[in-house]
Design a protein around this ligand. Structure first.
Ligand SMILES: Cc1cc2nc3c(=O)[nH]c(=O)nc-3n(C[C@H](O)[C@H](O)[C@H](O)COP(=O)(O)OP(=O)(O)OC[C@H]3O[C@@H](n4cnc5c(N)ncnc54)[C@H](O)[C@@H]3O)c2cc1C
Length: 400
């Protein structure tokens, strides 16, 4: 499955940052990570830091899957609103899931600082905006719930939105804990740092057979090389659904555009990430080279060719939506691309063991918060491998 169209913004902006050797010799390791996107990169960094001997393989060039297509808004706000998640999984669990995403943003910030990564990490406010008058009540309920659970939120009414952001909307929740990043560059920075600490990465490696044994697993690759490992961690993104016996995710085709760079982008717009209550929702952020990135227009995923044929019409639709929202902004689309992402029944990821895959773990950050979920996955799976309690995994288990 092709998880994105040919020319996602970050790949054009950065080029192919780094490639790795392919695998021609059999080897052994403690942990084999399959998939080298942002999830595999965070996982590898976490496991190498914990002292494991780690090998990472990818069937493509690393970080060129969804990670290169991501608009990479970092929010603690899960696709399922907190006040809706509470009746689904209980108050304590729902708040814990939200808090974990909040903590993950801080973790990414510390990693960026520690690695001196130039991946454009910037702290921002997240504006969750009522698209139509009828959504105001839903949003106010969400605002009250978050405030009551200690999340730093502010309510902005129509006047405040117009005065502060030039936005034509009825109301919004403004959350201070949010950020943006270039996930593609960040994944490469993490890989490079992990390699310096002993990670072995091989790209263009296809698994052709896999045997689970009492002591781990034996993988045979397309070049007939063996990898003997104690554990496997699958960081295989949206393609993972093809491996799993049961359906855990609804795959969607999603679309994004980057504007031409602005010579003076309004400071207020630069200070926010924006998303709204429509289904599918419209979302928007700026970049460090003064563009506006806009995403939305999701439809059920059928196949990559059908998805990619829609790029032009979705570009027009998203452009119209931005122009309506910011009538004074001279928005000119420069580049459009498509990707695939997935929604789960509760908006939470799938992380942990699966009964059909012994000695293995999955780190599947499905949903709009994919990147923050990947941070959580890297920490919880590391703890599980170290034999430490990783209680939170109960929230993200298969079969829930
Ligand atoms: C347009 C778009 C916008 C998005 N916006 C946001 C956002 O604003 N914020 C956010 O948090 N998330 C967002 N997401 C989601 C986010 O991009 C993903 O959660 C994240 O990139 C997933 O990273 P990953 O490493 O798990 O998957 P990927 O980046 O897809 O990496 C998986 C890797 O596994 C490899 N692989 C798969 N199967 C195998 C196999 N069998 N053998 C070997 N290798 C294999 C692939 O080649 C790939 O390199 C967005 C996604 C899209 C498409």
């Amino acid at each position: 499955m092709k998880t994105r169209s040919k020319e996602p913004f970050w790949l054009l902006k950065n080029g192919l940052i780094q490639t790795y050797p392919s695998l021609h010799q059999s080897l052994t390791c403690d942990v084999l990570i399959v998939g080298g996107g942002i999830t595999g990169a965070l996982m590898a960094w976490s496991l190498i830091g914990a002292g494991f001997d780690v090998v990472l393989i990818d069937r493509r060039d690393v970080a060129t899957g969804s990670t290169a297509a991501s608009t990479a808004m970092l929010q603690y706000e899960i696709d399922t609103a907190l006040h809706q998640l509470i009746p689904m999984i209980g108050e304590e669990n729902a708040v814990q899931a939200y808090q974990s995403c909040r903590k993950a943003i801080r973790t990414i910030e510390q990693l960026v600082e520690g690695l001196k990564s130039r991946s454009g990490f910037v702290r921002k406010n997240s504006l969750y905006m009522a698209a139509v008058q009828a959504d105001e009540e839903f949003l106010r309920q969400e605002f009250e719930t978050r405030r009551n659970h200690g999340f730093p939120v502010e309510w902005l009414d129509r006047k405040a939105l117009r005065n502060r952001f030039g936005l034509a909307a009825v109301g919004a929740i403004c959350s201070s804990d949010a950020a943006e990043i270039d996930a593609y560059r960040f994944a490469h920075d993490l890989h490079r740092a992990s390699v310096r600490k002993g990670l072995r990465i091989f790209d263009h490696v296809e698994i052709v057979s896999l045997d689970y044994t009492n002591r781990g697993a034996r993988v045979i690759t397309g070049s007939q090389v063996m990898i003997d490992t104690r554990k496997i961690v699958y960081c295989t993104g949206y393609e993972s659904q093809e491996m799993l016996p049961e359906k855990v995710v609804d795959l969607k085709s999603t679309f994004a555009i980057a504007s031409e760079p602005f010579s003076n982008l309004p400071a207020e717009l630069r200070s926010i990430l924006l998303w709204d209550t429509q289904r599918p929702y419209l979302y928007l952020r700026t970049t460090d080279d003064n563009r506006v990135l806009v995403g939305g227009g999701d439809i059920p995923f059928n196949n990559a060719a059908i998805r990619d044929e829609l790029i032009e019409s979705k570009q027009e639709m998203l452009t119209d939506q931005v122009r309506q929202l910011f009538p004074d902004l001279p928005f000119i689309p420069d580049q459009a691309w498509a990707g695939t992402f997935g929604e789960t029944k509760d908006g939470l990821p799938y992380i942990g063991e699966h009964p059909a895959f012994p000695n293995s773990y999955f780190a599947l950050g499905f949903g709009g918060n994919g990147i923050t979920f990947s941070v959580t996955a890297a920490e919880l799976i590391r703890d599980r491998l170290l034999g430490k309690p990783a209680e939170e995994l109960r929230l993200y288990r298969f079969g829930r």
